[in-house]
Design a protein around this ligand. Structure first.
Ligand code: HPA
Ligand code: ZN
Length: 346
């Protein structure tokens, strides 16, 4: 596509909604809506410390990453059976399809569940079934990325990997999430080296609240292919040059950054700066049930607040496909779909 058509600002929201896109940073446990938390609690006879959906929603008033994680792990405690995991993932995939997400790479946190006595097979088989069904039911291509919880030990991460290996064909890679500051990437260098030998894709959260140094070590010691968040990289010009030169994508999550107070408001978010610096930056929802919006909410609110325009919408969607772990043939197919949407948008 030679040039992106000029789109008047009142029609930009429709274009953002309609364009096909990939979501590369979403935690499946972060898609559990309060209504589903209560339905699963009832199904599994779990008593929640909240009277109703409204009281739970009122607790979603976060001051930083840790204040969110405490509630997020509590919410996930209603999941027990394969059907629970499948229902959660199906609900997300239906919602994503409505936002014209055509490809999703979905994080899951097995240690949150195995610590409660739920087996690795239960978690992965339930999620994987939903991904397989989404291909037929919603036309969404979905795959799974297993995340290690960085506040836990290296030994526990190795145990988790061992438990997951019999199901190796049901996930495409590994990531690193949970409390960032005080848990630098190097804590998991040996685990990631093993995952690399196994041919798994590697990603890690870095530079969400943590310093640019954590992004450097995620790249150099963990050898990750993408950085999740990475917004603190803007504080280090040499790091921005490295990310641009090596085309290391950043999976940025604007509404998450707003709700966890990484930025005081969306107007001061640095997504425009990252794109301007030539980075393969993408927009994603992170934990949409907790942060007030799915993919299109993230796109619409960010564009409205920062003044990004149609060429940047196109770039963000192109970046989402380039940054994904699909074949080059599939990337080309997605790009053609995207160009078709822009060409026919009048
Ligand atoms: N950061 C770190 N860990 C997480 C997040 C996040 O934004 N969401 C779920 N686990
Ligand atoms: Zn995340």
């Amino acid at each position: 596509m030679r040039s992106i058509p000029n789109v008047p600002s009142d029609r930009l929201p429709e274009l953002l909604r309609r364009m096909p896109k990939a979501e590369l940073h979403v935690h499946i446990e972060g898609t559990l809506e309060p209504e589903l938390i209560f339905a699963l609690a009832r199904r599994n006879s779990v008593r929640l410390p909240y009277e109703d959906v409204e009281e739970l929603r009122r607790a979603y008033d976060f001051t930083n990453l840790q204040s969110f994680l405490d509630i997020y792990y509590a919410g996930a405690s209603v999941l027990f059976t394969e059907r629970d995991f499948e229902d959660m993932a199906r609900a997300y995939l239906e919602r994503a399809a409505a936002d014209n997400v055509v490809h999703a790479e979905i994080f899951f946190d097995p240690q949150t569940h195995t610590a409660r006595g739920v087996s690795m097979e239960t978690v992965i088989n339930g999620l994987h079934r939903a991904c397989c069904n989404a291909r037929d039911d919603q036309g969404v291509d979905a795959s799974l990325i297993l995340c290690f919880l960085r506040h836990l030990s290296e030994e526990q991460a190795f145990e988790t990997l061992e438990q997951a290996l019999p199901l190796r064909d049901k996930f495409i890679g590994v990531g690193l999430d949970s409390s960032e500051v005080g848990h630098p990437p190097e804590k998991f260098a040996r685990v990631f080296a093993r995952c690399r030998e196994l041919g798994l894709h590697l990603v890690a959260h870095a530079g969400e609240e943590g310093p640019p140094e954590y992004v450097w070590t995620a790249l150099d010691l963990l050898k990750v292919e993408r950085i999740d968040h990475g917004v603190q990289s803007a504080k280090d010009p040499a790091l921005l040059r490295r990310l641009a030169k090596d085309r290391i994508p950043l999976t940025v999550c604007p509404l998450s950054n707003l709700k966890l107070r990484v930025f005081p408001d969306l107007a001061t978010h640095n997504i425009g700066q990252l794109l301007h610096a030539g980075l393969v930056a993408t927009i994603n929802s992170d934990d949409p049930a907790y942060f007030g919006g799915y993919m299109n909410d993230n796109f619409l609110q960010t564009f409205a607040a920062t003044g990004l325009t149609a060429p940047q919408a196109f770039q963000l969607a192109v970046n989402s496909f380039e940054a994904s772990f699909v074949s080059s043939t599939t990337k080309r197919h997605y790009r053609e779909m995207l160009e078709g949407t822009f060409a026919s948008f009048v």
